[in-house]
Design a protein around this ligand. Sequence first.
Ligand SMILES: Cc1cc2nc3c(=O)[nH]c(=O)nc-3n(C[C@H](O)[C@H](O)[C@H](O)COP(=O)(O)O)c2cc1C
Length: 195
Amino acid sequence: MGKNKTKFNYPPFVMPVSLVGANVGGKPNFEAIAWFNLVDYQPNLISISSEKTHHTNKGIRENKTFSVNIPSASMAAATDFCGVYSGSKVDKSKTFDVFYGELKTAPMISECPVNVECRLNQTLELLHGEVFIGEIVGVYMENKYLTDNKPDTRKIDPLLFEGTLGSYWKVGEHVAKAFGIGKNYKPKQSNDNRE
Ligand SMILES: Cc1cc2nc3c(=O)[nH]c(=O)nc-3n(C[C@H](O)[C@H](O)[C@H](O)COP(=O)(O)O)c2cc1C
Protein backbone atom coordinates (compact mmCIF):
# COMPACT_ATOMS: atom_id res chain seq x y z
CA MET A 1 0.00 0.00 0.00
CA GLY A 2 3.01 2.30 0.56
CA LYS A 3 1.41 4.25 3.40
CA ASN A 4 3.44 5.14 6.50
CA LYS A 5 1.99 6.00 9.89
CA THR A 6 3.13 9.63 10.14
CA LYS A 7 3.92 11.94 13.03
CA PHE A 8 1.32 14.47 11.88
CA ASN A 9 -1.04 14.11 14.80
CA TYR A 10 -2.73 17.34 13.85
CA PRO A 11 -3.73 15.93 10.44
CA PRO A 12 -3.09 18.18 7.45
CA PHE A 13 -6.75 19.09 7.07
CA VAL A 14 -7.37 22.30 5.22
CA MET A 15 -10.20 24.19 6.85
CA PRO A 16 -11.66 27.64 6.77
CA VAL A 17 -10.54 29.84 9.65
CA SER A 18 -13.06 32.03 11.45
CA LEU A 19 -12.93 35.02 13.75
CA VAL A 20 -15.02 34.34 16.82
CA GLY A 21 -16.33 37.44 18.56
CA ALA A 22 -17.59 38.06 22.08
CA ASN A 23 -18.00 41.08 24.30
CA VAL A 24 -15.72 40.90 27.33
CA GLY A 25 -16.66 43.44 29.99
CA GLY A 26 -18.67 45.32 27.34
CA LYS A 27 -15.76 45.45 24.86
CA PRO A 28 -15.64 43.44 21.60
CA ASN A 29 -12.87 40.85 21.37
CA PHE A 30 -12.05 38.54 18.47
CA GLU A 31 -9.94 35.37 18.26
CA ALA A 32 -8.97 33.21 15.28
CA ILE A 33 -10.70 29.81 15.47
CA ALA A 34 -10.10 27.08 12.90
CA TRP A 35 -11.86 24.41 14.93
CA PHE A 36 -15.48 25.23 14.18
CA ASN A 37 -18.24 23.21 12.56
CA LEU A 38 -21.98 22.81 12.04
CA VAL A 39 -23.14 20.03 14.35
CA ASP A 40 -26.95 19.83 14.09
CA TYR A 41 -29.98 21.32 12.36
CA GLN A 42 -33.44 22.63 13.32
CA PRO A 43 -32.28 24.35 15.41
CA ASN A 44 -29.05 24.85 13.45
CA LEU A 45 -26.12 24.48 15.83
CA ILE A 46 -22.49 25.47 15.32
CA SER A 47 -19.62 24.44 17.59
CA ILE A 48 -16.35 26.21 18.29
CA SER A 49 -13.47 24.81 20.32
CA SER A 50 -11.52 27.43 22.25
CA GLU A 51 -8.85 26.95 24.90
CA LYS A 52 -10.23 27.65 28.39
CA THR A 53 -7.69 30.39 29.14
CA HIS A 54 -8.65 32.52 26.12
CA HIS A 55 -10.05 35.99 26.71
CA THR A 56 -12.93 35.38 24.27
CA ASN A 57 -14.20 32.50 26.44
CA LYS A 58 -14.83 34.95 29.29
CA GLY A 59 -17.18 36.96 27.09
CA ILE A 60 -19.04 33.89 25.86
CA ARG A 61 -19.59 32.74 29.45
CA GLU A 62 -20.58 36.29 30.47
CA ASN A 63 -23.19 37.03 27.76
CA LYS A 64 -24.08 33.52 26.53
CA THR A 65 -23.70 34.86 22.98
CA PHE A 66 -20.93 34.88 20.37
CA SER A 67 -20.37 35.36 16.66
CA VAL A 68 -18.53 33.35 14.00
CA ASN A 69 -17.22 35.60 11.24
CA ILE A 70 -15.70 34.30 7.99
CA PRO A 71 -12.80 36.45 6.79
CA SER A 72 -11.76 36.51 3.14
CA ALA A 73 -8.21 35.63 2.08
CA SER A 74 -7.33 39.34 1.86
CA MET A 75 -7.87 39.53 5.66
CA ALA A 76 -5.07 37.04 6.48
CA ALA A 77 -2.93 39.53 8.42
CA ALA A 78 -5.81 40.85 10.56
CA THR A 79 -6.97 37.29 11.22
CA ASP A 80 -3.49 36.17 12.22
CA PHE A 81 -3.19 39.22 14.50
CA CYS A 82 -6.31 38.01 16.35
CA GLY A 83 -4.74 34.55 16.56
CA VAL A 84 -1.36 35.52 18.01
CA TYR A 85 -2.32 38.21 20.55
CA SER A 86 -4.74 37.72 23.43
CA GLY A 87 -7.31 40.32 24.36
CA SER A 88 -6.09 39.90 27.93
CA LYS A 89 -2.88 41.76 26.86
CA VAL A 90 -3.70 43.59 23.61
CA ASP A 91 -6.85 45.62 22.98
CA LYS A 92 -8.33 44.07 19.79
CA SER A 93 -11.66 45.95 20.07
CA LYS A 94 -10.76 48.48 17.35
CA THR A 95 -9.35 45.95 14.85
CA PHE A 96 -12.59 45.92 12.80
CA ASP A 97 -15.81 47.86 12.29
CA VAL A 98 -18.30 46.13 14.56
CA PHE A 99 -22.08 45.74 14.25
CA TYR A 100 -24.68 43.95 16.35
CA GLY A 101 -27.74 41.88 15.42
CA GLU A 102 -30.82 40.88 17.35
CA LEU A 103 -28.98 39.46 20.36
CA LYS A 104 -27.27 42.86 20.92
CA THR A 105 -24.22 41.35 22.64
CA ALA A 106 -22.54 39.25 19.89
CA PRO A 107 -20.12 41.61 18.10
CA MET A 108 -19.85 40.96 14.35
CA ILE A 109 -17.23 42.15 11.89
CA SER A 110 -18.42 44.39 9.02
CA GLU A 111 -15.36 43.58 6.88
CA CYS A 112 -16.06 39.79 6.93
CA PRO A 113 -18.29 38.55 4.09
CA VAL A 114 -20.25 36.17 6.35
CA ASN A 115 -21.32 36.76 9.96
CA VAL A 116 -23.07 34.17 12.08
CA GLU A 117 -24.83 35.33 15.24
CA CYS A 118 -25.14 32.68 17.95
CA ARG A 119 -26.88 32.14 21.25
CA LEU A 120 -25.00 29.75 23.56
CA ASN A 121 -26.86 26.44 23.65
CA GLN A 122 -24.43 24.29 25.66
CA THR A 123 -20.80 24.02 26.71
CA LEU A 124 -18.66 20.92 26.70
CA GLU A 125 -15.60 21.00 28.99
CA LEU A 126 -12.57 19.16 27.65
CA LEU A 127 -9.09 18.87 29.18
CA HIS A 128 -7.73 22.04 27.55
CA GLY A 129 -10.60 23.44 25.59
CA GLU A 130 -14.19 24.41 25.92
CA VAL A 131 -16.52 23.49 23.10
CA PHE A 132 -19.21 26.13 22.87
CA ILE A 133 -22.26 25.06 20.91
CA GLY A 134 -24.30 27.96 19.66
CA GLU A 135 -27.74 28.15 18.12
CA ILE A 136 -27.58 30.17 14.92
CA VAL A 137 -30.02 33.06 15.22
CA GLY A 138 -28.88 34.97 12.12
CA VAL A 139 -26.50 34.83 9.16
CA TYR A 140 -25.61 38.25 7.73
CA MET A 141 -24.20 38.96 4.26
CA GLU A 142 -24.06 41.86 1.84
CA ASN A 143 -25.62 41.34 -1.61
CA LYS A 144 -22.21 41.77 -3.23
CA TYR A 145 -21.25 38.29 -1.97
CA LEU A 146 -24.28 36.66 -3.62
CA THR A 147 -24.90 35.49 -7.19
CA ASP A 148 -28.53 34.75 -8.11
CA ASN A 149 -29.35 35.36 -4.43
CA LYS A 150 -27.05 32.54 -3.27
CA PRO A 151 -23.68 32.70 -1.48
CA ASP A 152 -20.85 32.77 -4.04
CA THR A 153 -17.64 31.08 -2.82
CA ARG A 154 -15.49 32.99 -5.32
CA LYS A 155 -16.79 36.31 -4.03
CA ILE A 156 -16.54 35.29 -0.37
CA ASP A 157 -13.00 33.96 -1.03
CA PRO A 158 -12.67 32.36 2.45
CA LEU A 159 -9.28 32.20 4.15
CA LEU A 160 -8.19 28.57 4.57
CA PHE A 161 -5.82 27.24 7.22
CA GLU A 162 -3.60 24.15 7.20
CA GLY A 163 -2.45 23.29 10.72
CA THR A 164 0.53 20.94 10.26
CA LEU A 165 2.69 23.58 8.62
CA GLY A 166 0.62 26.51 9.89
CA SER A 167 -0.14 27.98 6.46
CA TYR A 168 -2.92 30.04 4.91
CA TRP A 169 -4.45 29.10 1.55
CA LYS A 170 -7.31 30.13 -0.66
CA VAL A 171 -10.04 28.12 -2.44
CA GLY A 172 -9.07 26.76 -5.89
CA GLU A 173 -11.33 25.46 -8.66
CA HIS A 174 -14.94 24.33 -8.52
CA VAL A 175 -15.04 20.52 -8.82
CA ALA A 176 -18.64 19.33 -9.13
CA LYS A 177 -22.15 19.62 -7.78
CA ALA A 178 -22.53 17.94 -4.36
CA PHE A 179 -25.42 15.49 -3.84
CA GLY A 180 -25.27 14.99 -7.61
CA ILE A 181 -21.97 13.78 -9.06
CA GLY A 182 -22.09 10.61 -6.90
CA LYS A 183 -25.51 9.51 -8.05
CA ASN A 184 -24.27 7.64 -11.13
CA TYR A 185 -20.90 6.62 -9.68
CA LYS A 186 -20.01 2.95 -10.18
CA PRO A 187 -18.00 1.52 -7.21
CA LYS A 188 -15.42 -1.22 -7.97
CA GLN A 189 -17.58 -3.72 -6.07
CA SER A 190 -21.02 -3.21 -4.64
CA ASN A 191 -24.38 -4.67 -3.86
CA ASP A 192 -26.24 -2.00 -5.72
CA ASN A 193 -29.54 -1.23 -3.97
CA ARG A 194 -29.95 2.20 -5.53
CA GLU A 195 -33.37 3.16 -6.71
C1 LIG B 1 -4.98 30.32 12.18
C2 LIG B 1 -5.27 30.17 13.65
C3 LIG B 1 -6.26 29.29 14.09
C4 LIG B 1 -6.52 29.14 15.46
N1 LIG B 1 -7.50 28.26 15.84
C5 LIG B 1 -7.76 28.09 17.16
C6 LIG B 1 -8.78 27.18 17.58
O1 LIG B 1 -9.48 26.56 16.78
N2 LIG B 1 -8.97 27.05 18.93
C7 LIG B 1 -8.24 27.73 19.86
O2 LIG B 1 -8.46 27.56 21.07
N3 LIG B 1 -7.28 28.63 19.47
C8 LIG B 1 -7.04 28.82 18.16
N4 LIG B 1 -6.08 29.72 17.77
C9 LIG B 1 -5.36 30.51 18.79
C10 LIG B 1 -6.14 31.72 19.30
O3 LIG B 1 -6.71 32.45 18.22
C11 LIG B 1 -5.18 32.64 20.09
O4 LIG B 1 -4.71 31.95 21.23
C12 LIG B 1 -5.77 33.99 20.47
O5 LIG B 1 -4.73 34.84 20.84
C13 LIG B 1 -6.79 33.94 21.62
O6 LIG B 1 -7.28 35.24 21.76
P1 LIG B 1 -8.08 35.73 23.04
O7 LIG B 1 -7.26 35.38 24.28
O8 LIG B 1 -8.19 37.23 22.84
O9 LIG B 1 -9.40 35.04 23.05
C14 LIG B 1 -5.79 29.90 16.40
C15 LIG B 1 -4.80 30.79 15.97
C16 LIG B 1 -4.54 30.92 14.61
C17 LIG B 1 -3.47 31.89 14.15
